[in-house]
Design a binder for this molecule. Structure first.
Ligand code: HEC
Length: 109
């Protein structure tokens, strides 16, 4: 392959990557997205929201109730040591996914 041919080949690859990009953007949502987002809460609230010790469990909390609590942390209506900062790291659609995930978990007996 001459250098010119190689460049043409690279240009073709780059062009097909550009053409593929919009299709990728419209790909269906990752089916594990809610679980993966909720996993970022596990350090403190336990795996799948099954907290141990003093921290409040999230498993089985209704999505509406959790979103209301999170909104209060975000606005400052509910004073917090850490949650007011954590909640600001997520978009509203992400919080909805997280809340639905925890609502679907069975609380520990
Ligand atoms: C670094 C530890 C930590 C992480 C990570 C964390 N939380 Fe919290 N969470 C707390 C603490 C501590 C409280 C008690 C309020 C406070 O002091 O901030 C709390 C309280 C809550 C409450 C209120 C529970 C109740 O019944 O009063 C909800 C809801 C909540 N967290 C949801 C989440 C969600 C959703 C995530 C992940 C996006 C998350 N938390 C990640 C530490 C954490």
């Amino acid at each position: 392959m001459t250098p010119t041919h190689r460049l043409a080949g690279l240009a073709a690859i780059a062009a097909s990557a550009l053409l593929a990009a919009p299709a990728f953007a419209q790909a269906p949502q990752d089916p594990n997205l809610a679980r993966n987002l909720a996993a970022t809460c596990a350090n403190c609230h336990g795996t799948n929201g099954q907290a141990r010790g003093d921290i409040k469990p999230l498993a089985g909390v209704s999505a509406d109730k959790m979103l209301a609590m999170l909104a209060d942390y975000r606005s400052g209506a509910q004073p917090a040591t850490i949650m007011h900062q954590i909640v600001k790291g997520y978009t509203e659609p992400q919080l909805q996914l997280i809340a639905s995930f925890f609502a679907a978990q069975k609380p520990k007996q």
